[in-house]
Design a protein around this ligand. Structure first.
Ligand SMILES: [Zn+2]
Length: 281
């Protein structure tokens, strides 16, 4: 065991003894006295932190409560307090840059609310945001990290992650508190169109279905378009918008307003194949 680790262990054991003798008051008294004397450097690592088990801020070391031995955790208030202390030091030197940066990150609404109410009207032109972030970070009540956005008159939007799943859930609460929920997982967010429309992903069935849906025989297509029946006269015209696949004896659309992106990708692929085949025939 290293020297520091050993000293921490000794401190923990001493506090245990103190607790048995006189409860939490005895531990705190011992800690306070040791801090005051200032001759034990390990006391510099003692912090008051929120202990769930004791239900109050307790002296702790390495996030271990020195009163009950349970783990403690840093809460946001401690961070806020630390920032305040640091800001004070800056103010004494006339330095307001950190405060300026922090305030500029706040939404206009929050800044206006920090002023006396009689001054609010002066800022009404800029204080008109539709969205307002009501909460961010971990929500103790909900037991999850979330972002709550108040959306004008239309309700609230919650964004949160579902445990270990990659992605997030959007819950929208309307005025009558009806929730609409949508789940967006990472795999849905990243369909990577080029990849999914890669010809290697087209199944034979899919291509067959596409051909049945879009293919037209020569007599069909010339009749539909009012073109001359003979290949010699109509092929040139047709090739602007269609391609011919010899083995199918069918014309297919090179593009069509009715195509889905997937159908267009299949068309592009088959067109490329037909060009290749025609060149090699
Ligand atoms: Zn405790």
């Amino acid at each position: 065991m290293g020297k520091v680790k050993e000293e921490i262990q000794i401190l923990i054991e001493t506090c245990e003894r103190k607790y048995e003798e006189g409860g939490s008051a005895a531990v705190i008294e011992y800690i306070e006295e040791a801090i005051r004397q200032g001759d034990n450097p390990i006391m510099l690592d003692v912090r008051y932190e929120r202990c769930e088990a004791c239900d109050v801020d307790m002296p702790s070391i390495n996030h271990i409560c020195l009163v009950c031995g349970q783990t403690t955790k840093i809460i946001k208030q401690q961070l806020v307090d630390a920032v305040i202390e640091d800001l004070k030091k800056g103010f004494e030197l006339g330095d307001y840059t950190v405060l300026d940066e922090l305030l500029n990150m706040l939404p206009v609404k929050k800044l206006v609310q920090a002023l006396p109410e009689e001054e609010w009207h002066k800022y009404k032109d800029i204080n008109n945001s539709y969205f307002e972030v009501m909460h961010q970070d971990f929500n103790e009540d909900a037991g999850r990290e979330e972002i709550q956005i108040h959306a004008g008159e239309n309700g609230n939007v919650f964004l949160y992650q579902d445990d270990d799943k990659l992605g997030f859930i959007i819950d929208v609460y309307g005025q009558n508190d009806l929730a609409d929920s949508m789940t967006v997982w990472e795999e849905d967010l990243n369909p990577s169109e080029e990849e999914s429309n890669d010809p290697r992903n087209f199944s034979d069935v899919e291509i067959q279905e596409w051909k049945e849906k879009w293919g037209q025989s020569h007599s069909e297509i010339t009749a539909n378009l009012g073109y001359p029946r003979s290949h010699a006269e109509s092929d040139e015209l047709l090739m602007d918008d269609y391609f011919w696949v010899e083995k199918d004896k069918r014309w297919y659309n090179r593009c069509a307003s009715g195509f889905t992106p997937r159908e267009q990708a299949i068309a592009d692929y088959l067109y490329a194949c037909s060009t290749y085949q025609n060149l090699n025939e």
